[in-house]
Write a protein that binds this ligand. Structure first.
Ligand code: SAM
Length: 355
């Protein structure tokens, strides 16, 4: 059974559906699109229902996945499918896809990141291969299209048929980057900074802003997973932490280890980057980040904000406002990009830069 639908579908970390819904609702209020949220705790996704195609188009045109903190992916819902027959799921999906009236760059079958839906991984793979083959036979895969088809299986019988412009969405199925842990890195935290640089910057920015010879400060650096990411790009790093740093990093000759308090340390000269992974109250970290950015001690930063148990969306807004206000008093503006990364748990990661 297929029903046309108008709305957005966001994937998120299970347990953060409330924050993801609040964020979509805040855009809905700004755009006056008149939508409402349908979500279930720990499902790993949020459906934002919009009243008609025009409202859904307006929402999709105005809000990109890149603008959201708590969504790993943002898709435009075109139909809901129920009672997919086990023996012939394609027999239901293909007629629905034909009615969309255009071809797609590619087609992905995905499931949310919840415990229940993760068991659908095998089905997603086999059905995905069969779907792409069937779409190719009917010339519904079109290399010139900029739009990708997403079929999201919420269980073996129910699905959303959704689509998205490929440059406005996350480029990994399910919004999850499958990064390999680099054997030489001293801690798994390294994947957080790697994911942050991959998702919060584009390829051109990575090339321009992460150059050999640049300088960086890493606050709360030990044992050195984040420092390792900077050193591997041939940057010189001042690592501030009372804990021990990985010896191989020190031996690289690119790292100066200072056993100092990261909340007091101030560089003698401005650096290109400051990164910060100190586990502290978000407001305390935000106040410190505000000082660095407003004082011009660094040009750009990546930092983590550990989230409180309650009012997590509001806390992020508050921290952002604190930093923006501090920077504005020095006549500057900041560019703010934030995301709860796949490798983040109860935290978000922020890239900020003075403009
Ligand atoms: N980013 C590191 C990595 O990739 O290996 C992991 C950092 S760990 C999550 C947090 C670190 O912050 C700890 O090593 C801790 O010693 C340090 N830390 C906490 N408070 C600090 C402070 N006030 N000054 C300096 N370091 C601090």
């Amino acid at each position: 059974m297929t029903q046309p639908a108008h709305g957005m579908l966001a994937y998120c970390r299970p347990g953060f559906e409330g924050e993801c819904a609040q964020e979509l609702a805040s855009h809905d209020a700004r755009l006056a699109t008149g939508g409402f949220v349908r979500s279930q705790r720990d499902s790993g996704f949020v459906e934002f229902v919009l009243p008609d195609a025009s409202a859904a188009n307006r929402f999709a045109d105005s809000v990109r996945w890149q603008d959201l903190t708590f969504a790993r992916q943002l898709l435009r819902v075109r139909a809901r499918v129920a009672e997919l027959p086990r023996e012939d799921r394609l027999g239901v999906l293909m007629p629905a896809i034909r009615t969309m009236g255009h071809g797609y760059l590619d087609a992905w079958i995905e499931s949310p990141d919840s415990d229940a839906a993760r068991e659908l991984a095998g089905l997603c793979r086999s059905l995905g291969n069969a779907l792409v083959a069937a779409m190719k036979r009917e010339s519904l895969i079109d290399p010139k299209s900029t739009c990708r088809l997403h079929v999201c299986l919420t269980d073996a019988q129910n699905a959303f048929i959704a689509e998205a412009e490929s440059d406005r969405t996350c480029r990994w199925p399910g919004g999850i980057p499958r990064l390999r842990f680099p054997a030489a890195a001293p801690s798994r935290s390294t994947l957080k900074l790697e994911e942050a640089l991959l998702t919060l910057l584009d390829a051109d920015e990575r090339e321009r802003w992460l150059k050999p010879g640049m300088t960086a400060v890493d606050l709360g650096a030990a044992p050195g997973g984040w420092t390792w990411q900077l050193v591997r790009r041939s940057m010189s790093v001042t690592a501030v932490d009372n804990g021990p740093m990985d010896q191989k990093l020190i031996d690289s000759g690119l790292v100066t280890h200072l056993r100092e308090d990261g909340f007091r340390y101030r560089p003698a000269e401005a650096v290109d980057w400051m990164v910060c992974d100190m586990v502290e109250q978000p407001r305390k970290v935000a106040a410190r980040m505000a000082e660095w950015l407003a004082g011009g001690w660094c040009r750009q930063t990546v930092f983590n904000l550990k989230l409180p148990m309650k009012k997590r969306f509001d806390e992020v807004q508050l921290c952002r406002n604190m930093i923006e206000e501090a920077v504005a008093t020095n006549g500057k503006r900041i560019e703010w990009r934030a995301r709860q990364l796949y490798h983040d748990r109860e935290e978000i990661t922020v890239f900020a830069r003075t403009a």
